[in-house]
Design a protein around this ligand. Sequence first.
Ligand code: ATP
Ligand code: MG
Length: 214
Amino acid sequence: MARKRRIGIMGGTFDPIHYGHLVTAERARGDYELDQVLFLPSGTPPHKPLDQVTDVKHRYMMTVLATLTNPYFEVSRVDIDREGKSYTIDTLRILKSIYPESELFFITGADAILEIMSWKNPERLLELSEFIAATRPGFCLENSSQQVVEWFKRNNKRLHLLQVPAMAISSTDIRSRVAQGQSIRYLVPEVVEHYIKKNRLYHSQHPDREGCDE
Ligand code: ATP
Ligand code: MG
């Protein structure tokens, strides 16, 4: 039987896309022999107030520009063109209907994946897709709660950990650096840096918006 096509899915706000996202996607592609990685900028992010997210036309453009030179990377509008909020379960169902013969690999930060524990039906998610959770180097699952450790072990065929050195980069920090006039060189692709400058994105950030990633 022919090998099934393996598609990585990297969902995000991408406000802006940065090297953490790109390195993770490329590493996942290599380690899990993915044929393609789809970047899915979110339309209306479920967890972020509307007035705090940059217009999707800019986030989409930066994602296209950042992924342009990698032949395995593509940008999908699935989450943008959809009405309402983008929940992972809906995204996976839609992708499964578009690519019924493919195996899906949802790539996400490990902290985000731990939220799966609170989702209604994690088993259903794991049926639709395998999950690759990016962690900081040295991350030790054993330090998580007993419940989380057991959940990972129970699902270890569909749920994978991937250590990524660039994990410390965040869009929050990049927005804050731009607002303070600091350099973001080597945190985002040069073309994204130019795009941010040209469109004066993140310059007028209110100090309240700075701070930790949620
Ligand atoms: P923000 O600081 O605004 O939350 P972010 O840097 O976390 O932005 P998102 O667009 O929210 O970026 O993240 C998209 C996906 O990429 C999520 O699954 C998130 O866990 C993951 N991610 C975020 N930063 C990194 C990174 N440095 N390395 C690998 N994955 C990351
Ligand atoms: Mg985030």
